[in-house]
Design a protein around this ligand. Sequence first.
Ligand code: ASP
Length: 438
Amino acid sequence: MIKVCKFGGTSMANANALKQVKDIVLGDKDRRYIVVSAPGKRFKEDIKITDTLYKCYNELVSGGDFKGTFNLIKDRFIEMVKELNLTIDIKSILEQTEKEIIENKSPDFTASRGEYLSARVMAEFLGAEFVDAADMIRFDSRGKLNEDYTDDKVASRLASVQFAVIPGFYGKDSKGNVKTFSRGGSDVTGSIIASGVEADLYENWTDVSGFLTCDPRIVENSKVIKELTYKELRELSYMGAAVLHSEAIFPVMKKKISINIKNTFKPTDAGTMIVPSEAYTGTDNVITGIAGKKDFTVIFIEKNLMNAEVGFIRKVLSVVEKHNICVEHAPSGIDTLSIVLESAQLKGEVLFDIINEIRESVNPDFVHVIENISLIAIVGHGMARRAGTAAKIFTALAKAGVNIKMIDQGSSELNIIVGVSNEDYEKCISAIYNEFMC
Ligand code: ASP
């Protein structure tokens, strides 16, 4: 059996955390490929190594002296190595890294050094081989992951390696320069490695015991979700549940490898299992989780006989596309169409321009804008098998005095999305939670 384990920033934050990681890794001989993040925060006000590295880069290119800031990084690694009694010559490695940062003058290269240094230390501490992600992970000329090349490279590079530590967060672009994923991207690296070595399980070790059924800031006693399908995870993370990088699912999904979210600081907690639909053991829950986001804008368009007008929806969507804005949802009726957009994308005159262009393009009878809308996704495979779920949701919201402004049900019957005023956001989530999950 092969397990790939990814440890996040909190798990790499200091010597004590690294000791926890070592116990976990050495406690199971199947844990053979270990992907690490850069050291994260040790306490609430602390600064992540990656953020400090971005600061170094900004100081470097603005002509300032970044040495003072880089010294903070040096101090953290030197202290860690000392506390762990390691013989690795971390001072030389740090000096070399500093030189390379100056030579490369690249934000990605600079930021990637947190993971690089973290993996060098961890490899030494575990007695494992250090294998650089830059030798395996490749992006194409458009900056997209070159999946086939990478999968083959990971498989061939690690075929004869029994036990390795691999830095997360980066690979190389088509010109051979270091390129990073977006923030939190070590989750993606872990998934890529799991796919390449055809792992039996991808363990993602973090500082929480899994996905929660609902935001704990809104519902205090929300519980850990024991099992989720890939699709449910997509719906929940798209709507703001942020335990795993939203792209981390794709490499393992192709090979149907399950992900287990685990807590480094409570290793006996079962965590959340994310599995392909076929492997879902199924609970009796109708709803698996609730997630939501605030601050959307709805453009409501009405025109008699809209349904008989060829190309109506396309023309409206083209206007939005021209402004390079994503349409989040577009529920429609016979004579009505609503376009839901993220308010943050509508800065300045953009909203005004879009409305004018829609008027010119399709000559609607009526256009109305509703701002400050929250979207709440109620997600669960259980909904597809049961009649009456929507009725229960709407009754619960009516009882709580929440006015629903928009409803959208995904075609897979996996989710129902409701739009409410920002001020009803918390009330809406609590009402649904109380109805289905208490
Ligand atoms: N260190 C990177 C970040 O802070 C990547 C990661 O931790 O996954 O975003």
